[in-house]
Design a protein. Structure first.
Length: 392
């Protein structure tokens, strides 16, 4: 399938084709930290300038290594020094919290402009006119079966749609795909590129009032137990609707994962792909799955022992609410009760197979990581750093 992307109308950022990065001489993508620079040098400066004072950069030569497009990876010390020498401003680097807050502000302002132009009802109708799940031709026009959904259901679904748009839409796998496939591409580096995807999903779940109202311990337990699996389901949505190039074999993913595991991951994504074309359905599935207690394929004693009967009961009440909303939504999309059952059962079956692949992914990562834990970003370390005491 061919995809065509069109740029949004409005102001365009002008850039001459002959603009060069002042650090390495490569092709500049624009001003970054006050200096024309390429994407790799921009990322390098953002990640390394903040380490000054806590990490000692050393040059193996005389402290004046040539920094070019071909040699820029050979000496971090001289490359960072040149970044400062050409005028890059360390103060312009935003923290992770500041970056997320800026993205949320941009999305909030964009949403406000949209809401002024369309009512929530009109916006929801537009959403449902998009190409929806292909389930043996079972989908009908939304208005035909809208009696399944109340006005309150419409409002909740609209809020879910916009909550995802604000928190998750901008985080994709484009950074992964741009990584050079060589000895510098390591598992921790690959995983750290997913940190924003993890944070975006957490923000999305916190924007759901019923989830956010749960006790802190209950929320932490659900995130610790379920988030890794949710990210994999969410990745299928990204692959099919946000970054369609990931539907092709990626040298980066083949470099990181063993071939047999990569084949399983790819097959998993293909199996779940029919469910991601409806922008509401996959977002409801994510909420329902996150509210599943102990979805983790590992037995973790600390999660089991810290169970609280009241918290578990509250979680089940909230999950039941969203399961019923999910079922009403599926009924509104399918031509018959039998088709609704088939669709729901198909997703459950695929998720059970997904758990088998998850066991393999978990085993691979936890076997490879113990000697590289300190290279992980905080969110990735909290989700993946092995804790021997959690096993029995």
């Amino acid at each position: 399938m061919n995809f065509e992307f069109r740029s949004k109308p409005g102001r365009k950022k002008t850039r001459r084709d002959d603009d060069k990065c002042l650090v390495c001489g490569g092709k500049s993508i624009g001003l970054n930290f006050g200096v024309p620079s390429c994407s790799p040098c921009k990322v390098f400066f953002r990640r390394n300038a903040v380490k000054l004072g806590t990490y000692e950069f050393r040059c193996r030569e005389d402290g004046d290594c040539p920094i070019t497009n071909d040699t820029r990876r050979q000496c971090n010390c001289c490359r960072l020094a040149k970044c400062f020498r050409v005028g890059m401003d360390r103060k312009a680097i935003r923290s992770d919290d500041q970056r997320l807050e800026r993205i949320r502000l941009i999305e909030f302002n964009r949403q406000k402009r949209t809401e002024k132009k369309y009512s929530d009802k009109k916006a929801l109708q537009i959403i449902h006119r998009q190409k929806l799940i292909q389930c043996n031709g079972s989908l009908m026009n939304f208005q035909t079966y809208s009696s399944f959904l109340s006005s309150n259901d419409h409002s909740i679904l609209t809020n879910i749609f916009y909550a995802y748009e604000r928190t998750c839409k901008l985080f994709t796998y484009k950074e992964h795909l741009s990584m050079p496939v060589n000895e510098t591409l390591t598992l921790p580096k690959f995983m750290n590129a997913s940190a924003n995807i993890y944070m975006g999903l957490i923000c999305y779940l916190k924007s759901i009032p019923e989830f956010n109202s749960l006790p802190v311990n209950a929320k932490m337990s659900l995130i610790k137990s379920n988030l890794n699996q949710i990210v994999r389901v969410h990745s299928t949505y990204i692959m099919k609707t946000v970054t369609p190039d990931l539907d092709k074999d990626s040298p980066v993913f083949l470099h990181i994962f063993p071939e047999d595991l990569y084949i399983d991951i790819r097959a998993n994504g293909i199996a779940l792909s029919p469910f991601v074309h409806d922008p509401i359905l996959i977002r409801l599935f994510i909420i329902v799955l996150m509210l599943s207690t102990h979805m983790n394929i590992r037995y973790e004693r600390n999660l089991i022992e810290n169970d609280d009967e009241n918290s578990t009961r509250n979680i089940l009440i909230v999950q039941n609410f969203y399961v019923e909303l999910l079922w009403r939504y599926i009924c509104s999309r399918c031509s018959s009760y039998q088709k609704s059952v088939q669709l729901f059962s198909s997703f459950i079956t695929n998720m059970l197979y997904f758990q088998i692949v998850e066991v393999k992914i978990d085993k691979f990562i936890r076997t490879a990581l113990p000697t590289q834990n300190q290279q992980l970003e905080p969110i990735m370390k909290s989700m993946w750093a092995p804790e021997k005491e959690n096993y029995c």
